[in-house]
Design a protein around this ligand. Structure first.
Ligand code: CTP
Ligand code: MN
Ligand code: MN
Length: 469
């Protein structure tokens, strides 16, 4: 874990001395060496690696000092305590603080008492994501989630005693904010050219971190630069640019309700009896979101097949979509899943869309403004066009997988990650938005509700409003 060129250099050096160096985590890896990375970050990265090996605890997490000493000796030196990265205790309870280290074993409400601190940690997490440092990004997210679950505001470092997931780095940032009101690292990051450019560029629908990074290295800083640089955009990105302003404006709960009405009508029209559920952030009680997420199913297994293309067709006929792309089912466990037939394999599963949401003329967004003149609704004069582009995710699931899909698409993203980590590390189970597999018993566990999935996992049920980790 270090810069690419430094790693390449050190890899060459150690291979020349007969060491075996791997770029990815495999069964063969015995020592993980990092530089300028905390034990907590390395640990988080390690946990994020999907790997066959179940003996991750036997890998040594070491500082660069072990490596340099080994290079000097020409063979692996015996590991001493000072070589080891300090990894925080997984779960601690002291100083009156008892909190589980797994976010899926805690209640995390939307409203909490440490907004200033969590905003700061989340910004650092976001920046780490922009730098493709996944371990660091997750470590900051975990730290932030711990503060969200606290019963009151953190007023001094004493208040943090015994809390899990708060590494050295996070504590340093918190300390600074408690003492000075702001963290210089957070301020610096927020002001940095890289952060601001990455934030703006990844804010374009269809642009991920990888693409934004490539553009950044080419000198692109803002969405407007794309045209100047003559960049060719794919269909999603072109739509993202076209509706950039609308899509960067948060979606309100009222707009989500309007969309629920429209999607409900579409689904009911093409398949009577089909049901839709609002998932994502809105199901967790958020008042705004970056998109609206819907789950669609039918009480009779198999009836949902081919539903998505029909729903999309219905919406397109009525000119309600500005963009849509259907993604094929990527469900790989189909063979062993008893409720699925082979013909289900290529069933379409989800669709990323941009809706053209007509806004009610009167009292739009809860304001009491007077109705606008009809000509103003048509746009072209700089006036609001009377509609708004809104990102909507549609997911279709057979009823046998509905509970898993509901749990998987409700979020938060960290809550989901922690559920899967709990399942894998503590229960030898593998959880997805389709199924739960018990590796010990070598079988899929069925569930008709979220409550049953929590029970299978040996977890206390956490309602959606308390999954805001
Ligand atoms: N999700 C997923 N696969 C994706 C995208 C999202 O499984 N390709 C899941 C995520 O785990 C997340 C949920 O769908 O928990 C909702 O994702 P998203 O809409 O990105 O986040 P929200 O929590 O709804 O936040 P926001 O209000 O900003 O939309
Ligand atoms: Mn969402
Ligand atoms: Mn979404």
């Amino acid at each position: 874990m270090m810069g690419a060129s430094r790693r390449a250099f050190l890899s060459r050096l150690s291979r020349s001395k007969g060491f075996r160096v791997e770029d990815t985590l495999s069964q063969a890896v015995t020592h993980i060496v990092s530089e300028n990375t905390s034990g907590e970050e390395v640990q988080a990265w390690l946990e994020s690696q999907v790997t066959e090996r179940g003996d991750r605890d036997t890998v040594h997490l070491l500082d660069i000092t072990w490596f340099t000493e080994s290079m000097r000796e020409g063979c692996p030196v015996s590991i001493e305590d000072r070589h080891r990265l300090r990894v925080p205790e997984p779960s601690t309870q002291s100083a009156g603080n008892t909190m589980d280290s797994y976010a899926c074993r805690r209640r995390t409400p939307l409203q909490h008492h440490n907004m200033v601190l969590t905003d700061a940690l989340q910004l650092l997490s976001e920046n780490a994501e922009f730098c493709e440092n996944e371990g660091r990004s997750v470590a900051f997210k975990r730290a932030s989630a711990v503060l969200k679950a606290l019963q009151g505001p953190v007023c001094s470092l004493e208040d943090l005693r015994g809390l899990p997931c708060l590494g050295e780095h996070s504590r340093r940032v918190i300390k600074e904010i408690l003492e000075d009101g702001v963290s210089s690292e957070v301020e610096c990051t927020q002001q940095s050219e890289k952060y601001q450019a990455m934030k703006a560029l990844t804010g374009i629908f269809g642009v991920g971190v990888k693409t934004a990074q490539l553009w950044f290295w080419e000198g692109i800083r803002r969405p407007a630069d794309l045209q100047t640089f003559g960049k060719k955009l794919n269909r999603a990105q072109a739509a993202g640019m076209l509706y950039y302003e609308d899509l960067s404006t948060p979606v309100t709960r009222a707009e989500a309700d309007l969309l629920q009405g429209i999607v409900g009508e579409a689904v009911g029209a093409v398949l009577p009896g089909a049901r839709i559920t609002l998932t994502g952030g809105f199901r967790r009680g958020k008042q705004t979101g970056h998109d609206v997420d819907f789950l669609i199913t039918h009480p009779e297994e198999g009836r949902e097949e081919e539903l998505l293309p029909k729903v999309i067709g219905w919406l397109e006929t009525r000119d309600l979509l500005l963009y849509q792309k259907i993604h094929k089912n990527s469900y790989l466990e189909a063979k062993e899943w008893p409720a699925r037939s082979a013909s289900n394999m290529d069933r379409f599963e989800r669709c990323f869309t941009i809706f053209k949401l007509m806004l009610p003329r009167v009292a739009h967004q809860g304001s009491t403004q007077a109705p606008r003149a009809p000509e103003a609704q048509e746009g072209g004069t700089g006036e609001s066009p009377g509609w708004k582009a809104v990102r909507v995710d549609l997911v279709v699931t057979p009823i046998s997988q509905y509970a898993f899909a509901l749990l998987g698409w409700t979020g938060s993203q960290l809550f989901e990650r922690e559920l899967r980590r709990w399942a894998g590390q503590e229960k030898s189970m593998s959880l997805s938005s389709h199924a739960l597999f018990d590796s010990t018993r070598r079988q899929y566990l069925r569930a008709a509700s979220e409550e049953e999935i929590f029970a299978h996992l040996g977890l206390e049920f956490i309602p959606p409003a308390e999954r805001n980790a």
